[in-house]
Design a protein around this ligand. Structure first.
Ligand SMILES: Cc1ncc(COP(=O)(O)O)c(C=O)c1O
Length: 427
């Protein structure tokens, strides 16, 4: 592979082209393994940023795409429709929280968030409240890298200072202090309530990642916070947008993480695992009230409801709902709990936490990602820590042996010195 060319001309995520870090050349991927050019097989601990939920090179998913190419791979969605989009929508509506039944397809998680924000603003405009166009959210969130989505990411890790004057200034409440599993007290919602009350006239929506804040720090918080947040939205007449891009499709042990709180949001975003990680597709799903409350919704991506993506997504959902995914996620959770617990007592570790198929080890210091990855690759494992967090979010088909291998590499991180004192780093 021409890595020199790659280094000079191909931009990789969150990197500088002047001094790009090492990238590893991939020639294949199967099940939970990524295969490098030199034949090295890496057990993938993070399912390619959490989307390849059924593993790589899945025969049924391959077949779904190939079959669809035989009829057509793409047509515009303006004025046309097709079976892959209709089938996927039927399948999605079987599993999303009750009350959500209008689906808008787009290309990526970030765009699904842009769509959600626009829906909320257009909804209030149509209700005669054009002044309601601001968003409220919590610190420590991540919703994507487009300008609107960035505005509701954590201002520090989302680098708002770089885009000051361009990214809209939204209202931020503190990160929920009530950890998952800890006793609830209403004081934990106080800051959010005060801010919603203060800004209610201007607020279109509250946007939250449910229970798990992913790329903003893998932080798990109490479902009671979500439940109370939903009540506040109703009380103060603002919409609730739940971003399930990272948590949807079983990742936390429920099909959607908002089920932990027993709530239905007004608008929900899904992406990542929707296609089993095969193609970029996302959806913004809303209620009749919001959909019929908007006159003409002003959004229409070129690749909206791409038939290949819809076909593979339908198959991915069929695979998910026909397997005992809850059992599988629970067994991953149990292995992670037992495996990560001994690491928690290490003096370099701040906390180890597990929920569903998510295992997190939060260090006290920032991890040197390049050095850590080199070590992990030499031991046959693919992980990508960020900041002081190393985490596991594997495909649901991962074996116990593969998980143990990943856990042992994290244990090595603690034995050797892979920390650095400074710099912000990214997922
Ligand atoms: C919760 C959440 N929302 C939105 C996004 C953005 O998705 P995408 O990278 O597909 O644009 C991500 C990506 O990590 C995410 O975790």
């Amino acid at each position: 592979m021409d890595l020199k060319f790659d280094k000079e001309h191909v931009w990789h995520p969150y990197t500088s082209l002047s001094n790009p870090p090492e990238v590893y050349p991939v020639v294949g991927a199967e099940g939970c393994e990524i295969i490098l050019e030199d034949g090295t097989r890496l057990v993938d601990g993070i399912s390619s940023w959490w989307c390849v939920i059924h593993g790589y090179n899945h025969p049924a998913l391959n077949e779904a795409i190939l079959n669809q190419t035989k009829s057509f791979s793409h047509v515009m969605f303006g004025g046309l429709t097709h079976e892959p989009a209709i089938s996927l929508t039927k399948k999605l509506l079987e599993i999303v929280p009750q009350g959500l039944n209008k689906v808008f397809y787009s290309d990526s998680g970030s765009v699904s968030v842009e769509v959600a924000i626009k829906m909320a603003i257009q909804y209030w405009q149509a209700q005669g409240h054009p002044e309601k166009k601001q968003l409220i959210t919590i610190r420590g969130g991540y919703h994507g890298d487009t300008i609107g989505a960035m505005s509701v990411c954590d201002p520090i890790s989302g680098m708002h200072s770089l885009f000051k004057g361009v990214v809209k200034e939204q209202i931020f409440s503190e990160r929920p202090k009530c950890k998952l599993g800890k006793e609830w007290d209403d004081k934990f919602i106080h800051d959010l309530e005060v801010k919603i009350k203060r800004h209610q006239q201007d607020l279109a929506a509250l946007i939250l990642e449910p229970i798990v804040q992913g790329a903003g720090g893998m932080w798990f918080y109490s479902p009671m916070y979500l439940k109370r947040a939903k009540e506040l939205c109703e009380q103060y007449d603002i919409l609730l947008i739940i971003d399930e891009v990272a948590t949807g499709f079983g990742r936390t042990g429920k099909m959607f993480a908002c089920e932990w709180a027993g709530i239905t949001p007004d608008i929900m975003c899904v992406g990542k695992g929707l296609t089993g990680g095969y193609m970029s597709l996302a959806a913004t799903i809303t209620t009749e009230q919001v959909a019929y409350g908007i006159s003409t919704f002003m959004h229409g991506p070129t690749f909206m409801a791409n038939p290949l993506a819809c076909a593979v997504a339908t198959k991915s959902l069929e695979l998910l709902t026909s397997m005992d995914w809850q059992e599988k996620v629970l067994s991953i959770e149990n292995i992670l709990r037992v495996g990560l617990a001994p690491l928690a007592s290490n003096k370099a570790v701040r906390e180890a936490r597990v929920l569903g198929a998510i295992g997190v080890v939060e260090m006290k210091e920032t991890i040197d990602v390049a050095a850590f990855q080199k070590m992990a690759v030499s031991r046959g494992v693919w992980l990508r820590p960020f900041g002081n967090i190393v985490y596991i979010m594997p495909a649901y088909v991962i074996s116990e042996e593969q998980l143990q291998k990943i856990i042992s590499v994290i244990a090595t991180l603690l034995d050797l010195d892979f920390f650095k004192k400074s710099t912000v780093s990214f997922v």
